[in-house]
Design a binder for this molecule. Sequence first.
Ligand code: AMP
Length: 205
Amino acid sequence: MKLILLGPPGSGKSTMSERLTREFKLKHISPGEIFRDEIEKKPQLGREIKKYMEGGGLVPDNLTNEIIKLEVEKQKNFLLDGYPRTIGQAHALDKFAKIDKALLLEISKKIAIERISGRRICSQCETPFHIKFIPPKKTGICDKCKGKLMQRKDDAPASVKKRFQIYNVQVKPLKEFYKKKKLLTLIDASPSPERVYQEIKQIVK
Ligand code: AMP
């Protein structure tokens, strides 16, 4: 199974990715994670990537597509989280993979901001938590690897608002693209993570 998961910040995308990849044994492919890894392991390519990431913009399509293609071609079953983000990436992906479904999580900006303020992520293994909805067993500590939980800098309300606006502009053409291909399913992401996950499961099964 080859899935794409789209959604604005605060829609529960990371949580749904984590559950879906575990239950359906899908390889989780996220450009953000891959880029951070490349920065650590490949200094030359990493320097180029870092320049874009630190500037707050996207890594150019040709570089992103190349890196994702290498990963995608290794996997039979995967979930793409954070890719494609541009219509150019969607066209590129279309050439190197046959996607089964594109799931789009929908949520209002107000609920997204409320949710994000409680969000924490493991500084070591990147497992997502939420102080209210998915609390760790021990405050501030990752259940999986005992890493320290932290709040991402860009989870501050002003930053979330900006990311939400950027997302809305970017997602429109992607929505059209996957709708035309009859691969798109819209999911109301405002109920509890458990309910949203159950709905997704029915669609994916
Ligand atoms: P994330 O971990 O999804 O927040 O991504 C971290 C950073 O990686 C972003 O701010 C971008 O600079 C870069 N990035 C992530 N996904 C993409 C993508 N699909 N295309 C280009 N750059 C990306």
